[in-house]
Design a protein around this ligand. Sequence first.
Ligand SMILES: [Zn+2]
Length: 253
Amino acid sequence: MTKPHDFKTKAIIVRKTKCGEADRILSLLTPDLGLIQGFAKSVRKTKSKLSGHLELLCYSEVSLARGKAIDTITGSQTIQSFLNIRNSLQLSAMAFYACELAYHFSPEEAANPAMFQLLLSTLEELDNGSQPELCLKYFEINLLASSGYKPELRECANCHKKLQATINYYSPESGGVICPNCRNTQIGMPVSVNTVKVLRYIQENSFSSICRLKINREILSELELAIRANIRFVLEKEPKALLWLDSLRLADL
Ligand SMILES: [Zn+2]
């Protein structure tokens, strides 16, 4: 979509970068413009009218003026600030992780309404406190799908034969689950029949249906290993917020 000189858009603030003493460059995930960058002048000064409306995670209506190198943020009104997330370290770590992934998986200025809606729903569900761990799994699996990396879960991602009800293997390099035969030539980690079923269920159903799932620790941890490996494979690095998330989990044990 071509941007006019002054424009207004709904946006989630997914990243903030310091720029000089008081300025910031914000990365905004929008429904119709994809990921855009906005220059926020003096936003770090306490008296700035903008500051409260441009915090990380904020869902806001943002006004921008088009610039040569970067657009400048001229106004912002908070729609939802997700207070429950902000009041919990665990939920904050999860939400920052989701924002970091949305940032890395969104090419600049390429509209992806599905990605925007996925992040917004995830923040809303985390804020509601409904099954945060499952909520994050739902986000990760659907993030891969909405950015063109949907893992193949029904047939072998390598030889395309129907997967049998046995131990199969998750292979990010091959683009999904592979059969035991293909495991001889491809890299993959073992996944149980039930883990593959849960992966399919999460990929094919709404979050409200997934909330009703009862998943044991073993499946959850297999699922997490597989999806994290897939995300690491696409990004070619470990998301930074994951370290924080894992350290909080360890402290919680
Ligand atoms: Zn195969």
